[in-house]
Design a protein around this ligand. Structure first.
Ligand SMILES: Nc1ncnc2c1ncn2[C@@H]1O[C@H](COP(=O)(O)OP(=O)(O)OP(=O)(O)O)[C@@H](O)[C@H]1O
Ligand SMILES: [Mg+2]
Length: 379
């Protein structure tokens, strides 16, 4: 008895001789295949186009459209279809031609069940092999993608470790300086030195905190914790923190907050961190700018359409075009040991995650203005 090597497969059987169709259909159904019948190539092609059976067994010599024509059309439209040809005795030329057109196998009339079984076994093996190959290819593609993502991550981690070690070395030097001032102030009971030393230590601790938060954000991406927040309240909290930062610096902070903006949906922790990164840069820019003037830092919060617009402007060093074009690139910094170049990269990512954007206007020597637009309803 014939045994189906790939059960539940449908076969389209094409032969113009009724007797052959009937005998083969019986054997195939018996072996567990689902069988459809056609009398010639054209009828078979119509059925094939609608139902796409995975196996076709076809006679070669038939009226209307012969088996070779049918084979060529099927292979053109669905090359993965397995086609077994039935040839008459002595039709070796036709059989060889059909193999050239990629028939899977051929069986000769009169048909022996054994020969049919061998042909169907070959068909089954081919289908299984192709499936395995498709699986391997898909796996390989996935592995290659994962490998390249891992490589990217490793190389940016390498860069980050380098840049951070560099930054920490600078911060430690600053901390040493602060501690020295504090110690010598304490031993000499010099108020001035004590205050200066203590302020230096506070600034450096603040920088270390920011650096660690940035690294944490970069190393482990978390989903946003959406909350409805009162815009004016949120803006006030930010401005209090900024005011504390500039208190002892020659920088005047002005705030212009529209009190009627209502609520917006954000992750307050993240938006706070993004704004602080922008303020830290603005304060740095003022300190790096001309020291003959009292610098100005302005924070404005307004609404337009369904958006909240935060503007942070400073009268600091400003930026040339080249710096502006690299601003949001990871690890881009012009501050040497004092910067890791993560600040704006992260601020931009956070704002993008909220469906917003950051725009920058700046002039060297004059100052910069960062505009952060956030949709009121979240992204
Ligand atoms: N307000 C500004 N005025 C002038 N230059 C700025 C301003 N904001 C950013 N920059 C420039 O953009 C660069 C990148 O800023 P970013 O915050 O990403 O890194 P950073 O401040 O150097 O380091 P950190 O990771 O510690 O924040 C800065 O080094 C600076 O050159
Ligand atoms: Mg920064």
């Amino acid at each position: 008895m014939l045994s189906a090597s790939i059960k539940s497969k449908s076969i389209l059987l094409v032969d113009d001789e009724k007797d052959i169709r009937e005998v083969l259909e019986l054997a195939l159904v018996d072996a567990g295949y689902e069988v459809q019948l056609a009398e010639n190539g054209q009828q078979a092609l119509d059925y094939f186009r609608k139902n796409r059976p995975s196996i076709v067994i076809t006679d070669i010599k038939m009226p209307v459209m012969d088996g070779i024509q049918l084979l060529r059309k099927i292979k053109l439209e669905a090359p993965e279809t397995e086609v077994v040809m039935i040839t008459g005795h002595g039709d070796m030329d036709l059989a060889i031609r059909s193999l050239k057109y990629e028939a899977t196998d051929f069986i000769t009339k009169p048909i022996h069940v054994d020969a049919l079984e061998v042909a169907l076994k070959r068909v089954g093996d081919k289908i299984l092999m192709r499936r395995k190959l498709e699986e391997y290819t898909a796996n390989l593609e996935r592995l290659l993608k994962e490998k390249s993502e891992l490589q990217d991550h490793l190389s940016s981690l390498g860069l980050m470790i380098g840049s951070i070690s560099h930054g920490i070395k600078g911060l430690l030097t600053g901390l040493d300086g602060g501690m020295y001032l504090l110690e010598s102030g304490l031993s000499k009971k010099d108020e001035g030195k004590i205050t200066k030393g203590w302020e230096t230590i506070k600034i450096i601790v603040d920088r270390i905190r920011k650096m660690v938060l940035d690294i944490l954000y970069y190393a482990k991406k978390r989903d946003l914790q959406w909350e409805k927040v009162d815009v004016a309240c949120f803006a006030r909290e930010v401005s209090v923190m900024v005011a504390a930062k500039v208190e002892i610096l020659p920088i005047t902070l002005t705030c212009d907050v529209d009190e009627t903006l209502g609520e917006f949906k954000i992750d307050p922790g993240y938006i706070h961190a993004a704004l602080m990164n922008i303020f830290d840069n603005a304060i740095d820019a003022c300190q790096r700018g001309s020291d003959s003037i009292q610098h100005e830092l302005n924070f404005s919060v307004q609404g337009r359409d369904d958006k909240i617009i935060f503007s942070v402007s400073d009268t600091g060093v400003g930026m040339d075009q080249e710096t502006q074009s690299k601003l949001f690139t990871i690890f881009f910094s012009s501050k040497g040991r004092k910067g890791t170049g993560l600040g704006l990269f992260i601020a931009n990512k956070i704002v993008e995650q909220h469906g917003g954007c950051i725009d920058v206007r700046s002039k060297p020597g004059k100052g910069s203005c960062f505009t952060i637009t956030i949709p009121k309803q979240g992204s």
